[in-house]
Design a protein around this ligand. Structure first.
Ligand code: PMP
Length: 359
């Protein structure tokens, strides 16, 4: 046959997610940890991988890892589910709680994958734009009103906390108000919570509709491994298990994650270092004329400047890759730089200062 039937209608016009990853000396675009896993932990990982039976399917639910995560969070394994990166669990959220004639409440500008997954699952997206103040806060009254609109019931909502790409957390009282105002599934995406030192975990048992998403990709330096997890009521976890790919987390990833999780305390000094560098980066950016740096609870800084696109190119020409949001209507003239190692942050500040002062 020299032709093929059309793909699913919801794919028409979809542009695949593009992380805009270009090779550069300093990769400050994807909010990764700038330090790889320490050599002694890597050696332990190598030993663990050697024991993996590659001819056998992995434990579908990664129960050993589930138990470790559960114990650390004061829960049992029924409250935990691991996935192939947080991304898989985000997609599973849309599969399990979205669908035709169902509504997802979104708070842009935020992680674009949320809306993309809704579209792929034929879920209707209700957008409540964040406030255009420096914190990009959620309009609390509008959010509660949307959640209580009986004519258009919301089935799930996702709040990135801290919010990517803007950087700040939502207020805990507000999140609790949201949880109490609706029976919709409320996912609080804590992909970066290690950098904000704030979690909704204390409110899990009292809110059956709360799902907390976490990842090994950021604080634990494992973006290359693809491991995320959710914490939620066992009834909710059971629904997620219905839609997940049975073997989505391979045996090698499970082995690596177990070693890293067992050694999680060893990552704390680097996390503290990133938090300190974040504040130094914000100050440095603010000292450059014409740059407005937004506050951040995360491992990146969003900033706004004239000729942002040209500045991005200047940085790239100097071996520094950051993320360009300048063409987006909600974040005009904005760029986002991941907090790197001190020397990388210095290089970024020097190159930006040169760009601004040169002309
Ligand atoms: N949530 C947010 C807000 C993110 O920024 C990311 C990564 N870019 C993820 C979830 C998913 O991360 P991963 O799939 O690497 O676990």
């Amino acid at each position: 046959m020299d032709k093929i039937a059309a793909s699913a209608p919801q794919l028409q016009g979809v542009i695949p997610y593009d992380p805009k990853y270009l090779p550069a000396d300093m990769m400050l675009s994807a909010n990764e940890n700038p330090s790889d896993v320490a050599p002694e932990i890597r050696r332990e990982i190598e030993r663990a991988i050697r024991k993996v039976e590659l001819n056998r399917y992995p434990d579908p639910l990664a129960n050993d890892l589930r138990d470790m995560i559960a114990e650390d969070n004061g829960l049992t394994r029924e409250w935990v589910l691991v996935g192939n990166g947080g991304d898989e669990l985000l997609f599973n959220t849309a599969l399990a709680w979205g669908g035709p004639q169902r509504n997802f409440l979104n708070f842009p500008p935020t992680f674009s994958v949320y809306a993309a997954n809704a579209r792929l699952t034929n879920t209707n997206v209700i957008d409540i734009p964040r406030k255009s103040d420096d914190l990009f806060g959620i309009d609390e009254d509008a959010a509660i009103a949307a959640l209580q609109d009986k004519a258009r019931p919301v089935h799930y909502t996702i709040i990135a906390n801290p919010n990517n790409p803007t950087g700040k957390m939502s207020d805990t009282t507000f999140l609790n108000n949201i949880l109490k105002s609706t029976d919709a599934l409320v996912m609080v995406d804590e992909a970066y919570f290690e950098f904000s030192r704030n979690t909704m975990r204390p409110y899990l048992e009292e809110n059956k509709n709360l799902v907390i998403l976490r990842t090994f990709s950021k604080a634990f330096s494992l973006a290359g491994v693809r491991l995320g997890y959710i914490l939620a009521h066992p009834d909710v976890i059971r629904e997620y298990i219905k839609v997940r790919q049975p073997y989505s987390v391979d045996a090698v990833s499970q082995a690596i994650a177990r070693v890293v999780y067992a050694n999680r305390a060893a990552f704390e000094p680097a996390i503290d270092g990133i938090i300190a560098e974040r504040e130094r980066l914000i100050e440095g950016l603010r000292s450059i004329p014409g740059i407005k740096a937004f506050p951040s609870d995360s491992n990146w800084v969003l900033f706004k400047m004239d000729r942002a696109k040209e500045a991005w190119q200047h940085l790239f020409d100097n071996g520094i890759l950051i993320r360009d949001f300048s063409a987006s209507t909600e974040l005009t003239d904005c760029l986002r730089a991941t907090v790197g190692l001190p020397e990388q942050n210095d290089a970024l500040l020097t190159a930006l200062r040169d760009f601004v002062l040169r002309r």
